[in-house]
Structure formats: C-alpha cells, structure tokens
Write a protein that binds this ligand. Structure first.
Ligand code: ADP
Length: 603
C-alpha cells in the first residue's frame, strides 16, 4: 500500500470517527433535552387537569361513563395529551382515545406501573408502547382527591393519567441521524479531496526522489531531482542532489584513476596478474597474458590449470603461508637460465595476490655475453702474462752484467705482471662462480680445520706487521657442510683484507657460533645456521661505502687499495661463494675503529 492510500485511509478514518462520536453525543443530548421537555409539559398539563377534574368530577358513587368521558375528552382536546381517568378499582371511566363501547371494553388499569406508583408515591411516570394507539407514550399518573369538607385533603376518588407521544423524540433523533449521514458523506468526500491534495504535496517529491535514486542505481549518475520548495522535502531533495554530485565527483575521479592505471598496466613491460585466495586469476594485463600464454577466458580459472610451472605455485604458497612478499627467479620458457623475476605480493587481507613478472631474458643474455667476454679476455691474457712473467724472472736470475736501472725495470715488470696475473685469475674465478660452472664439493667439517692452513698462509705477514690473529672457535661447534677449497678462499679473502686495512700492532679475531635466523620475516619459520665473524681493529669503512664493498672492483680508497695490492674482487668472490652455499654475508663497521665481516651458512 503506497503512502497516498495510507494517508487517505487515515484521513477518512479520522473523519468517520469524529462524526460517529458526534452522532452518539448529540443523539444522547437531544434525547435528554426532548425527554425533559415532554416530562415538564406533562407535569404542567397534569397540574391543570387535576384542578379541572377536582372541580368537575362527580362524587365516587355517581360515576357514570356519560358524566366522566365527555369531561376527559374536553381535557384531551384542550391539551395535546391523551387523558385517561381510572377509579380506585382500576375501571377506566374516561379516555380521550376511546368512546362508547370501546371505552367500556378497556381492561382494568389498576396494575399499570405508573398507576401503582401514583397510588404509592403521589405520581408515576413510565415510557411504554401502547397497544391501544400503536405508538410509544410517556405516561404520567397522579391521584385525584375530591374535596368533601372545607378543610382537609379530601377523599381519593381515582387516578388521572396523561400521556404524550414519544414520537417527537424519535423523529428528532431520526433527523439527527440523517444530518450525520449527510455530514459523513460530505466529510468523506472532503477527506478524500483533502488527502489527495495534501498527500500530493508530500508524495510528489518523494516519488521524484525515488525515481532519481532508481536511476542512480541504474547507473544514470547525472540524474537530479528538481528542487521546487524550501520546506524539509526541498532540503532533502537538495541534499540528495549534493550527494549525487559528490558521488559523481568520486566516480569521475575513480574512473580517471582507473583509466590511468589501465594505461600503465597495458603499456608496462612487466606482466601483472591478480589472483584470489583460491588461486583463480581475476585480472591479467596484456604482458602477463602473453608471458604466460593465457587463453581468452582466463578470468576465474585457477592459475595451476592454465599454467603448470611448479616454481610459480611454490612461490604462491610461500606468499600465502608467510603473508609477506615472496620473490624468485623462475624459468617461464625452455631455457636453462631463469627468464623472469617473479614477485608475489599479498594484498591487505591475504585474500588477493598481485603477481608481478619481470622478464629478465635480455639482461641475462647481456650478463652472459659480458661474463663470457671477461672470461675469454682473462683466458687469452693468461698465456702472454705467464710468458712475460717467465722472461722477466729469467732475466732477473741471469748473471750477466746490467745497469741498476734495467734491474729496477725488470723487478717492476715482474711485480706488475704478477699483479695482473692475480687479477686475471680472480676474474676467471669470479666468472666461473657467476656462471654456475663450479660444482660444490660439500664435505662436513669443523671450522677449526681451517685454522692451520690459514696460519700457514698468513704467519709471515702477521709477524712482519706485528698483527695478532686470534682464532676463537669452540670445539663444540657442529660440523658445517662446505666446499673446503672455496670456503678457505672466503676466509683468506676476509682475513687478507683485515690484515691489509689494519695498522701495525692491531688484532684480528676470527670467531663463530650457532645462531637462528628468521627465514621468513613475520612468520614463525626459523632455521639454524653457523655464523662466523672476522673482526679487525683497522681503519673501518665509511657508512656510504658499506653496501657497495661487495661489488666487483669497488674500492673505498683506490690509491691505498692498489698500493696494498688489492684487485677489488676479493669480497665479490667471497660473496658469490657464500651465496652458492645458500648463506649470507654482511658487515658492520665504524670508521677509525674497525670492521666485522659476518658469514652465515645454514646447517
Ligand atoms: P681489495 O682487493 O681491494 O681488498 P675487496 O673486494 O676485498 O678488494 O674489498 C673492497 C674494498 O673494501 C677494499 O678496497 C677496501 O676499501 C674495503 N675493505 C674491505 N675489507 C676491509 C676491512 N677489513 N677494513 C677496511 N676496509 C675494507
């Protein structure tokens, strides 16, 4: 039922209720006042009648119909009431409505209630339907005394009864009913007209608002409600329009953002995928479609159904379990090298994941070319260098006479060529490590195994520069599975640096212990590892250089490093060896105080 019908029905209800209440109230009032009027009229007429009868009536013994009925008829004609005279035995001697035979045939009236009341209480009043006259009457009865002597009340000779029809009351109520009926019909029509008019004022703007919200819901965002009043409904319409304006602004902004994002996603070189919690693809940009060869209807399909790359699914699982960013290099094609860097980012609640695929085929190819080039050049340089070194050594060892200058030159040639040869072999070593050609020969061993060989290498130089090397490793440490030759290289490089960059008289400490590392940040996945530390009391490394020392050829102070015979490759080699062991290498250093290099190898 709409508002208009509801309001109309309510108006009609109120009008009818009011009219009905008025009808009841007025009816009662009218009835009361008319009844009082009839009673008082009866009383007045009764007074007059009594006086007349007292005077004119014969004594009790002389009662005859002919003497009393004409008297009664006269009274009836003067007033408008029906008059009846009854003697003490109940015999009716006169009645305005009956004459002759009919009068004589009237039944005994002594038992009439008003007659009884008159005899008992001095007057009696009753409303009753009269069979004689076929109408409702109000009867008023009173006793009549005949004066027999001058003083005293007189002798009771009979009862006089007056009756007035109640017709007037009923007619008046009937009239009232008619008036109320008319008023009801008129009120009804008025109520309908009024409700139609007044509800229109309320419902019309509401209908317009409803239409507008409907069109808004249907996507017609530019629909507005006309504001044609200043009342609350007008205000409501204005507010609705304002709200629609804001919504439109927001939608425009979002659309613009969406368009921009779409352009970026379409044109970018990376593949971007959105995957829901059930690993179903919800979005893929054109690059992702081509990289993963997605079919046309990929939306809603599980990634594993379309693309059977196990590494990608492992990566997804890692991101799901750890709820952190997971990264891996994954082979998407048939090549042996990883072709893509894939990052899986859980979005907010972990209900959705963004997969970004960065194709690194070209970079890898370039790196390979560069590495091959370096390896080839180094390889090619090795033979001539060895020859130069050989000839220089031969020349130096020759006993034939030569000038001091030429001897100095030969020594310089020998020094530089051996430095060059060291550089070449380190470059080759790095190339081999980078290319992954080096096979790790992992053997479980205690770190103390390396103590003796290290001393053998460094004892002379330690003595020369008055440096102390402390080897602090507990026998209780577990064995660690490493390629001994390569791990020795890491130790040599780190200790060599510590010696090179620590002034005479300093201390170098090599220590190790078991530690745990959080494999995945935030997740409760930990792994045990052996952490080894090479600490020196040397010159330290400035903060800005610390992240770069593991880069090849990076040297903090080029002149000094060269002077020390450094190639700038030592730490790069150490880093690669540690990475091949799935370990980590990092440093802490304070300028002027010393450095600590940490190496952690998982157990
Ligand atoms: P280099 O052969 O020149 O020592 P590395 O790769 O071993 O090359 O080291 C790179 C640079 O890091 C060095 O040139 C030096 O500046 C700095 N470095 C390395 N170890 C230390 C150290 N223990 N103390 C101070 N500086 C260091």
């Amino acid at each position: 039922m709409n508002i208009r019908t509801q309001l109309t029905l309510r108006y009609i209800g109120i009008v009818l209720l009011v009219l009905f209440a008025m009808y009841l109230y007025l009816g009662e009032m009218l009835k009361d006042s008319m009844s009082t009027r009839i009673t008082s009229e009866l009383e007045i007429q009764a007074g007059l009648t009594r006086e007349f009868l007292i005077e004119k009536l014969p004594t009790k013994d002389n009662f005859t119909y002919d003497a009393i009925d004409p008297l009664v008829d006269r009274l009836g004609k003067t007033g408008k009431a029906r008059v009846t005279f009854i003697d003490l035995e109940g015999v009716v001697w006169g009645d305005t409505e009956r004459d002759g035979q009919a009068l004589r045939a009237m039944d005994n009236h002594l038992k009439r209630p008003e007659v009884q009341d008159a005899l008992q209480f001095g007057s009696g009043i009753r409303d009753r339907y009269s069979d004689t006259t076929q109408t409702e009457f109000r009867y008023y009865a009173m006793p009549i005394y005949k004066q027999t002597s001058q003083n005293g009340k007189g002798t009771l000779i009979g009862i006089c009864r007056l009756a007035l029809p109640m017709e007037a009351v009923n007619t008046a109520i009937g009239n009232l009913r008619q008036i109320v009926l008319f008023a009801s019909v008129a009120g009804l029509i008025l109520a309908i007209l009024f409700s139609i008019f007044s509800t229109k004022i309320i419902t019309k703007p509401i209908e317009k608002l409803t239409q507008m919200t409907q069109s808004l819901a249907d996507g017609k965002i530019d629909s507005r409600v006309p504001v044609d009043s200043k009342n609350e409904l007008g205000q409501l319409s204005r507010n609705f329009n304002l709200m629609a304006d804001r919504v439109q602004e927001q939608i425009d902004k979002i659309s613009e953002e969406h368009r921009r994002l779409e352009t970026i996603l379409t044109d970018m070189g990376e593949g971007v995928l959105l995957v829901n919690g059930a690993s179903e693809i919800t979005y893929a940009n054109p690059m992702a479609i081509s990289m993963l060869s997605l079919p046309n209807a990929y939306v809603g399909k599980a990634l594993i159904e379309i693309n059977r790359i196990p590494e990608l699914h492992t990566l997804m699982q890692t991101a799901e379990q750890t709820e952190t960013v997971a990264f891996a290099e994954i082979r998407l094609g048939n090549l042996t090298e990883p072709e893509a860097e894939v990052t899986v980012v859980p979005v907010s609640t972990g209900e959705e994941y963004v997969i970004v695929i960065h194709d690194v085929t070209k970079e890898r190819q370039l790196e390979r070319i560069r590495a091959d080039f370096v390896a080839n050049v180094s390889h090619e340089l090795r033979t001539p260098l060895t020859t130069i070194q050989g000839y220089a050594e031969t020349l130096l060892n020759e006993d034939s006479p030569r000038s001091k200058t030429s001897e100095q030159f030969i020594v310089k040639i020998l020094n530089h060529s051996s430095r060059l040869s060291r550089l070449v072999s380190e470059l080759l070593e790095l190339s081999r490590l980078e290319s992954g050609d080096v096979e790790l020969k992992r053997i479980p061993c205690h770190l103390n195994t390396f103590h003796e060989p290290i001393l053998e290498v460094f004892e002379p130089i330690l003595e020369e520069s008055e440096l102390v090397l402390k080897w602090e490793m507990s026998e209780n440490l577990p064995e660690v599975s490493v390629d001994q030759q390569l791990f020795m290289q890491v130790l040599v490089n780190l200790i060599d640096n510590a010696i090179k960059y620590t002034p005479d008289g300093g201390t170098i400490t090599v220590s190790a212990e078991i530690s745990t590392s959080e494999a995945f940040e935030g997740a409760n996945i930990t792994s045990e590892e052996i952490s080894m530390h090479v600490e020196d009391t040397g010159i330290g490394i400035p903060l800005e250089s610390q992240p770069r020392v593991f880069e090849r050829f990076y040297r903090v102070d080029k002149g000094r490093a060269r002077e020390m015979g450094g190639t700038g490759l030592g730490l790069a080699i150490a880093k690669h060896i540690v990475l091949r062991h799935n370990g980590r290498i990092w440093l802490e250093s304070t300028l002027g105080e010393g450095s600590v290099f940490h190496v952690a190898i998982p157990l």
